[in-house]
Design a binder for this molecule. Structure first.
Ligand code: NHR
Ligand code: GAR
Length: 210
C-alpha cells in the first residue's frame, strides 16, 4: 500500500477528485494527509470529513522560503509518503525541497505547458487569442512548471470566454487527468527517459474535453 500526501492552498477540488478516485477505484494507496499553507483553505474541511489527517504550515510564519520548505518537509515526512501531490498549491518551492521528492512529486497546472507557466494562465491564453487551452500534469522540477509531462487535457477556447468560464471548462478536465496520473504513479506505470514520461501500458496520455 502506497501513501500519498496532498498539498493544497484553497478549495481543493483536485484533491477531492483524487480522494474519491482512490477510494472508488480501489487504488493500492491511501491518502495519508492533506496539508495546506493556509489555515482557511476550504479543502481542509473536506479532508477532515473523510477522516484524513490534516495539517497547516503557514508560510507567513517564516522569514525565508528555505525555512518554510524545511518545516513543510518535516510535516510531510511525518506521514512517510511515497508520492506527494500539489493540488492548487500556490507557493513556489525551493530547489532543495524539490530535489528531496524528485520523481514522486506531481503538479497540475492549468495550461497546455510549455505555454503559460506561472500565474493567470486563462487570462493570458484568452489575450493571446489561443483557440485551445487545457491542463498539464507534470513532475515537479526546480524550474517552475517545466517538469516532464505526464498527461495533458485540451479544451476549446470559445468566443466570449472569460478567465472564469475558461477556468471552469479546464477544471473539469483536471479532475479527469490528475487522478489518472496519480494512479499511474502509485501503480508504477510511469517511466521517465530523456525527460519524457511514458505510460508503460501504452495508455493514452492525452484527453480531449469541452
Ligand atoms: N515549485 C517548483 N520548484 N516547481 C514547480 O513546477 C512548482 C513549484 C511550486 C508550485 C504549482 C504552480 C502552478 O501550477 C507549483 C509548481 C505558485 C506560483 C506562484 O507564483 C506559480 C506557479 C505555481 C504555484 N506563487 C507565488 C509565490 O510567491 C504566490 C502566489 C499566491 O500566493 O497567490 O510563491 O501554476
Ligand atoms: C486548479 O485549476 C489548478 O490547476 C490551479 O488552481 C486551481 C486549484 O483548484 N493551480 C494553480 O494555478 C497553481 N498555480 P482546486 O484547489 O479546486 O484544486
Amino acid at each position: 500500500m502506497k501513501s500519498i500526501v496532498i498539498l493544497i492552498s484553497g478549495r481543493g477540488s483536485n484533491m477531492e477528485a483524487i480522494v474519491d478516485a482512490c477510494q472508488r477505484e480501489g487504488w493500492p494507496a491511501r491518502i495519508a494527509a492533506v496539508i495546506s499553507n493556509k489555515a482557511d483553505a476550504s479543502g481542509l474541511r473536506f479532508a477532515a470529513s473523510r477522516g484524513i489527517a490534516t495539517a497547516v504550515v503557514d508560510h507567513k510564519a517564516f522569514t525565508t522560503r528555505e525555512a518554510f520548505d524545511a518545516e513543510l518537509a518535516k510535516v510531510i515526512d511525518g506521514f512517510a509518503p511515497d508520492v506527494v501531490v500539489l493540488a492548487g498549491f500556490m507557493r513556489i518551492l525551493t530547489e532543495g525541497f524539490v530535489r528531496q521528492y524528485e520523481g514522486r512529486l506531481l503538479n497540475v497546472h492549468p495550461s497546455l505547458l510549455p505555454a503559460f507557466p506561472g500565474l493567470h494562465t486563462h487570462q493570458r491564453a484568452i489575450e493571446a487569442g489561443c483557440k485551445l487551452a487545457g491542463a498539464t500534469v507534470h513532475f515537479v522540477t526546480p524550474e517552475l512548471d517545466h517538469g516532464p509531462i505526464v498527461m495533458q487535457a485540451a479544451v476549446p477556447v470559445l468566443p466570449g470566454d472569460t478567465a472564469d468560464s475558461l477556468a471552469a471548462r479546464v477544471l473539469v478536465q483536471e479532475h479527469r487527468v490528475y487522478p489518472q496520473s496519480v494512479r499511474w504513479l502509485v501503480e508504477g506505470q510511469l517511466s521517465l527517459r530523456d525527460g519524457v514520461v511514458h505510460q508503460l501500458g501504452g495508455q493514452a496520455q492525452v484527453v480531449w474535453g469541452g
